[in-house]
Every structure is written in C-alpha cells, then in structure tokens.
Design a binder for this molecule. Structure first.
Ligand code: SAM
Length: 295
C-alpha cells in the first residue's frame, strides 16, 4: 500500500471513518452471514430445540484430547485412541439411532448421535477406570449412554464400574438400551436431594442438570462428602458460571476449561470444566487398591 495512504488510514481520525465500511461489510458482515446461513440450514435440517448436539471441528477435537490428557494425567496418544474407539463404535451408534427412531421424542430430536464434548467424558472414563460415575441430568440419555459404553469396555478389560444418573423427568434416558443400560442406574427425583442421600464413594462427578449457579453449587456441596482425594469433578455448565472454579479452589484443586467449537452449527458451543490435581495420573483401580490396603 502507498505509504501516504497507509499513514492516512492508520493514523488519522478521518482515516478511521474511511475504513468504517470495510470493517462492517468486509470483516464483520461475512461472519454474521455465515452464522445466519448455518442457523437457516439448522432450522430445516435439525429437530432439536434445546440441549443441542453437534460434532466438533477437527482442530477442536484434537484440543479436547489434549485437555483430557492433562486432566487425567494419561498420554495424549492413549486419549486419542479412546476417542477413535468411540467414533468407531457402530454398536453404540446403532442402539442410539434405533432408540431415537422408536421414541415419541423423534419429532424434536435428531436421529444421528453427535457426541461433541461427550467424547472427552468417554475418554476420561476409559483412561481412569472409575468404579462409580455420577452424572446429574440425563435428558435423552446421550451422555449417560456414552459413559455407560466406556464403562462396558472397562468391564470387559477387568475394571467394572457403574454410572448413576439423576433426573427429575420420569421418561428421561430413552436412548439407553442393552447392553449399555446394564452399566447404569437412573435415579429419579430432584438431584440435590438424591445426592444428599447417595451413599457410595464417587470417583467421577459430572454436573449437567439444573444450570442455575446456586443449583450447581448445591450439587457440589451435596456430593462433597462422597468425594475422595483422587475424585475428578466435571461441570457442563462452566461456560456460564464459575461455580466449579470456586469448588476447585475450596478443595485445593486446579481448574481448567475446554470450550467446544461446533462444526457447521450456529450454536457457539458448550464446554467442560474440570477440577483435578495437575500432574497426577488418575487410575482409580490403584486408588481403591491403596485404600483397601490402608484399612
Ligand atoms: C442439559 S440436560 C442433560 C444433558 C445430558 N447430560 C446429556 O449429556 O445430553 C439437563 C437435564 O437436567 C434435568 N433437570 C433439571 N432440573 C433438575 C433437577 N432439579 N434435578 C434433577 N434433574 C434436573 C432436566 O430434566 C434435563 O433432562
């Protein structure tokens, strides 16, 4: 660019006004139009109106694997392997699609499962082999099914576990079916009340129910007595509240947040908040073995 013109555009008040149409039409508008195009297409091709599901961009999926590697203390290669395992699981996919097709909810939910960040939940369960996973908020049961699928593989490798999942809506979890259902128990009722009377020690806790900040916090406080030193705590709500960060501080843990980048979707994405001990390799069978020896 001509140096005089460059100086005028970059360093004068008048130059700022000359550049204004370019900023709007050349930079901002194409991005807004892209979102509008995606939203229009989604309106006709998807049936969802809440709890949106989407795939992640390839780059975002790699970052998810790296995030889970840091949180679990397991090598990146191992975590990538678990994500690939889930993506290749045709049995799970076909169970989910059959259940979705047969459901009365089929007119407002999509048939093809898109796991998004739940791939990270899966990889975390595969790497750390928990005995007890507790998820609050089941909805259709996509997350619960993914967690159960990971637990089923763990069981086949000699590390059985179970996912308890709470929800207040009686017909939640309709995506769940055998063989995955065998690894999960739905606990119906208000989540905080359920957590207050939950008696088992929890390896992995995941908040994904009522997303009001005070409710998220109440869940953490209700489950705190059931957490042990190595327990991992996740939140599906950390894009909206800092409650897990505060809980991590309370328990002397570190906090990290992963932000989804949906592929070809107008929704900005959700994410995973995690409270964990940095540098610790979490492998729950070792934790339980050490606890048994101590007794
Ligand atoms: C975001 S959805 C859960 C999504 C699910 N975890 C998944 O992976 O797709 C939130 C769920 O929390 C449930 N919920 C809302 N308030 C609740 C409460 N007080 N106790 C238990 N469940 C509640 C809703 O019925 C809804 O099914």
């Amino acid at each position: 660019m001509n140096p005089t013109l460059r100086h005028f555009l970059k360093f004068t008040a008048a130059g700022r006004w000359v550049v204004l149409p370019y900023r709007f039409f050349g930079i901002a508008l194409p991005r807004v139009l892209r979102q509008l195009r995606l939203a229009t297409r989604w309106t006709f091709t998807s049936k969802e109106h809440y709890n949106f599901t989407y795939d992640l961009t390839d780059l975002n999926e790699r970052y998810l694997a790296s995030f889970i590697a840091v949180v679990s203390g397991h090598p990146l290669r191992e975590i990538e392997g678990y994500i690939a395992e889930l993506k290749a699981d045709e049995r799970l996919r076909s169970v989910l699609m059959n259940r979705a097709r047969a459901s009365r909810d089929r007119h407002n939910s999509d048939i093809v499962p898109r796991y998004g960040r739940r791939m990270g939940w899966y990889a975390l369960v595969r790497a750390t082999r928990p005995r007890v996973v507790l998820e609050t908020g089941v909805d259709r049961g996509l997350g619960t099914a993914v967690l159960a699928a990971a637990l089923l593989r763990n069981a086949a490798e000699g590390f059985p576990g179970i996912v308890y999942a709470t929800d207040i809506v009686p017909d939640c979890g309709y995506l769940l079916d055998e063989p995955f259902k065998a690894c999960c128990r739905i606990l119906l009722g208000d989540s905080v009340t359920t957590l207050q009377s939950f008696e088992e020690s929890v390896d992995l806790f995941l908040h994904d129910s009522d997303h009001r900040p005070e409710y998220e916090w109440a869940e953490f406080i209700a489950i705190e007595p059931r957490l042990h030193d190595a327990s991992l705590v996740l939140s599906d709500n950390s894009a909206e509240t800092s409650k897990l960060l505060e809980f991590a501080i309370r328990r002397g843990r570190s906090f990290l947040y992963f932000q989804d980048q949906p592929k070809d979707h107008w929704w900005p994405g959700d994410g995973i908040g995690a409270a964990f001990i940095p540098g610790a390799r979490t492998f729950f069978p070792d934790v339980h073995r050490a606890t048994t020896l101590e007794k």
